[in-house]
Design a protein around this ligand. Structure first.
Ligand SMILES: *Cc1c(COP(=O)(O)O)cnc(C)c1O
Ligand SMILES: [Zn+2]
Length: 425
């Protein structure tokens, strides 16, 4: 594969380019290769993951770091001087105690990890910041991605700040706000007539043909994926350095969910939190439910689907990490559940009216799945629970613009207002 310029092979890396990361390791067979722009195991084609040799890391060292994901730089594949390079500084988003929503759903203790406040208003800024560091260290000249929307926004913005050429590929039927939120940062937004899985295939072809391209979720995917760990690190740190009992996470490719699990495991291994059982739950839309279907059927194989849902940021019909989501959910005693588009819309409004958080369709999916898990007895309402809101509602206004609006349209007179009854208790 000619993913980066020939003069920037792994041998051309500067010392400490990937921090405490030491190799890429195959998730399937454990085979190890040198750090570089690779994503598939040369032995078995399994996915590659970043492997580390962690030094002792203390809570105090982390707490003394910046209020963004780089406070965890010792646990990421980034150099120790990462803060010197222009990037978007995402992370350390709010962990909100959601008492009103908890009461509504009959849950004792509920938190919302609100990632809608990242620089481009989704959790994707975390993974892209790590991918940008890798692209820079590997000497890439183009920063690119196939995207269901949010990733394109994050890549385009981070590339602009880094001063590197960006090219982002999206399905042409994507929501208008997500198109504008990319095109504002890059002149190279490419709309492809096809669904996400078609766009992803095209990206793999380009990555194989072109030199110097870092596709964040293709050839630098192992580095990109590590960024999702910071969600798990932050949840634990913000709870006072302990793990929650249950966490509900939306599933597109499945990378985020598996990396939150990996983050919890690393915190335990490093002695940063006490070891305890926790359950991991995945959330999908019924219009794109390949992992939920496999979970319920009790099978290991994921059968790809053709997505048809308002939750476009979760619309990956052939999820790369789907089988590992099944593994996390089953091993931890969690579940993978699905909800309809109507349930997603209702949950967006519910979260907004109980907690003042406007989520996009992905967060609507997560909130609706939480509700369903409680109602079906799959999630214990007496245990401490965290849900992750991964994106901002302003990006998917169309999803709810038919469901909410003015309660009345009136003449500018007191009588007209009085007639509406809105002033009454
Ligand atoms: C990409 C995305 C996800 C899920 O990401 P995966 O790691 O691919 O499962 C969830 N929510 C939002 C808003 C996203 O953009
Ligand atoms: Zn392998």
């Amino acid at each position: 594969m000619s993913a980066v310029a020939p003069e920037t092979t792994t041998t051309g890396l500067r010392e400490g380019a990937f921090g405490n990361a030491v190799a890429l390791s195959c998730r399937e067979c454990g085979h190890r290769i040198d750090l570089g722009p690779h994503y598939a195991c040369p032995e078995c084609f399994g996915p590659l993951e970043v492997a580390y040799d962690f030094p002792a890391v203390t809570r105090e060292e982390i707490e003394a770091g910046p209020r963004n994901i780089w406070r965890y730089k010792a646990l990421l594949p980034v150099p120790t001087d990462i803060e010197q390079s222009p990037n978007t500084e995402p992370g350390f988003t709010r962990l909100l105690k959601a008492d009103n929503l908890a009461r509504e759903l009959g849950i004792d203790t509920l938190w919302v990890k609100d990632d809608s406040t990242n620089p481009t208003n989704s959790f994707k800024d975390r993974v892209v910041a790590c991918a940008l560091s890798a692209a820079r260290e590997l000497g890439a000249t183009v920063f690119a991605c196939p995207s269901t929307g949010n990733l394109a926004n994050a890549v385009a913005a981070a590339g602009a700040r880094a001063g590197i050429k960006t090219v982002v590929f999206i399905p042409s039927n994507l929501e208008q706000p997500k198109q504008v939120n990319s095109a504002i940062f890059t002149s190279n937004l490419v709309a492809v007539d096809g669904n996400y899985d078609d766009v992803n295939k095209l990206a793999q072809e380009i990555a194989a043909e072109e030199d110097g391209w870092a596709f964040v979720n293709v050839n630098v995917r192992p580095f990109y994926a590590e960024g999702s760990k910071t969600l798990g690190f932050e949840i634990a740190e913000q709870l006072g350095w302990r793990l929650p009992d249950q966490v509900v996470i939306p599933v597109a490719s499945g990378s985020q969910l598996t990396k939150v699990d990996k983050a919890f495991q690393e915190l335990i291994k490093l002695g940063l939190v006490e070891e305890k059982p926790y359950k991991i739950y995945g959330a999908q839309a019924t219009g794109c439910n390949p992992v939920a279907t496999a979970f319920k059927a009790g099978v290991d194989a994921i059968r790809p689907v053709k997505p048809d849902t308002i939750a476009k940021s979760l619309a990956i019909g052939n999820p790369a990490d789907g089988i590992y989501v099944l593994d996390s959910a089953r091993r931890s005693g969690g579940a993978v559940e699905e909800v309809t588009d109507d349930e997603i819309r209702e949950a967006i409004v519910l979260l907004a009216r109980t907690e003042g958080i406007f989520t996009e369709t992905a967060g609507g999916t997560t909130t609706a799945v939480l509700k369903k898990l409680v109602e079906t007895g799959q999630l214990d309402p007496t245990l401490e629970t965290v849900i992750i809101n991964t994106g901002h509602g302003l990006k998917t206004l169309d999803a709810v613009s038919g469901a909410v609006g003015p309660a009345a349209t009136i003449a500018p007179s007191y009588d007209a207002f009085a007639e509406t009854g809105i002033g009454q208790a």
